[in-house]
Design a protein around this ligand. Structure first.
Ligand code: FAD
Length: 389
């Protein structure tokens, strides 16, 4: 089907990348496979091997480390197009290109860049994020996972929650605290902890959305890592907050927005096709005004979501964000995508709840988008503060 939405202003090479990814997804991710991956809560390693050969995991890595240069709009276009087939390739792409590539390109020490970036650029390595804890969600300055210097090593004790991909990632980027809790942002650090380090234990959490992977409680029971495991090297000890509010993590908002946009576009495509072929009361339901208006609203709203995401991606690439555009985009795109998904689900009637269509999975995944990666309320707080309120 041709794209029903206006394409935002973007460079020609991004358009070509979109087209290549869309063709790849159409060839390699048929509906039956998507259903099977969702049920098995997994992502397809053999399809990933073919995908990474296209070279798009290099889009967040500088050329001196084996990448093609940091190109955030292009990498987000990859996420959006992959997400039209669900989270099964978009998830691993984010773990390699963003959690790994962009993060280490922005924040890694020289040794960490040399060690990780070439493999990340080839799509051969993945990071998981260990931010949330049982008692910590949006308020990341209150994390309790404890880290103590012990000679030239660091000992870690605590629990991270919702750590997606902890069982297949090469390392968990873990936010830890080294001093009193009331110092909040002043004694936080990020550590790169191998997921198979001695003292790391995983226990799976059940969840209905984003079933490309399991998510885990990760228990760190007196885990030891060398001081070189501090993200950015030992000089970044107790400076994790600077990294947390830096560009790599601001872009996480846009990754989630791109996932949501891709899924909502898939929901719209499915609803448009269904409305044309489903006949009730002697005519395709697309002839009933209630359905036509619902779909017209959905298309208009997604066009706006696409435009704000593209504008935010350009601003971040140019170093002109400061948090306002990324928060606005996360808020608007994920909330809009969810509302569009729910409207499109109605168009399919009972079939919108059946596993014979992608709709049911897309809506399940879209429900989580305004929550993960900083909830809508947190984005509103950011926007209000940046508006000077
Ligand atoms: C499938 C899945 C995968 C995930 N993967 C990861 C992962 O890999 N790594 C990771 O670290 N985390 C992960 N998460 C956790 C996710 O990032 C958190 O759920 C998210 O940050 C929100 O935290 P919370 O759910 O604990 O909500 P809370 O922060 O407890 O918030 C609960 C409610 O209160 C509201 N609220 C909280 N504070 C404020 C405030 N100041 N003002 C207004 N409203 C407020 C929130 O908007 C929300 O509605 C995952 C979650 C899911 C569901």
């Amino acid at each position: 089907m041709t794209d029903p939405l206006p394409v935002p202003e973007e460079p020609d090479h991004v358009g070509r990348i979109r087209a290549t990814v869309a063709r790849f997804v159409a060839d390699h991710c048929p509906p039956a496979a998507r259903r099977a991956w969702d049920q098995a809560m997994t992502w397809p390693r053999e399809v990933w091997a073919a995908f990474r050969a296209l070279g798009f995991t290099a889009l967040t890595v500088p050329p001196e480390h084996g990448g093609t240069g940091v190109d955030i709009p292009a990498a987000l276009a990859v996420v959006e197009e992959l997400s039209r087939a669900g989270p099964f390739l978009a998830g691993p792409y984010i773990h390699a290109a963003f959690y790994g590539g962009l993060n280490l390109a922005e924040n890694g020490s020289a040794e960490q860049k040399a060690h990780w970036l070439p493999r990340l650029a080839r799509g051969e390595a993945f990071l998981a994020y260990g931010l949330s804890e049982p008692d910590v969600g949006g308020d990341l300055a209150s994390v309790t996972t404890r880290a103590e210097r012990d000679g030239d090593s660091i000992r870690v004790t605590g629990v991270k929650r919702w750590c997606t991909g902890a069982d297949w990632a090469d390392a968990i980027l873990t936010l830890v605290r080294s001093g009193p809790a009331n110092e909040r942002k002043r004694n936080l650090s990020f550590l790169l902890i191998p997921a198979d380090a001695r003292g790391v234990r995983l226990s799976p959490l059940a969840h209905a959305n984003l079933r490309y992977s399991g998510s885990f409680d990760v228990v760190f029971d007196d885990v030891r890592v060398p001081e070189g495991a501090v993200l950015g090297g030992p000089s970044m000890w107790n400076r994790g907050w600077e990294q947390l509010v830096g560009r790599a993590l601001a872009v996480e908002r846009l990754e989630i927005a791109a996932v949501a946009l891709g899924m909502a576009r898939a929901a719209l495509d499915e609803a448009l096709a269904y409305a044309r072929q489903r006949v009730q009361f002697g005519q395709p339901i697309a002839r009933h005004q209630a359905i036509r208006h619902r779909l017209a609203d959905a298309a208009a709203r997604l066009a706006a979501a696409r435009a704000i995401l593209a504008a935010a991606a350009r601003a971040v690439q140019a170093g002109q964000d400061g948090g306002l555009f990324t928060s606005m985009a996360k808020l608007f795109v994920t909330e809009t995508a969810l509302e569009v998904g729910l409207a499109c689900q109605r168009v399919l009637g009972a079939y919108g709840l059946s596993d014979g269509f992608d709709m049911e999975r897309n809506v399940r995944d879209l429900l989580g988008m305004p929550i993960v990666g900083g909830s809508s309320d947190m984005q509103r707080n950011n926007v209000a503060a940046l508006l000077g309120l």
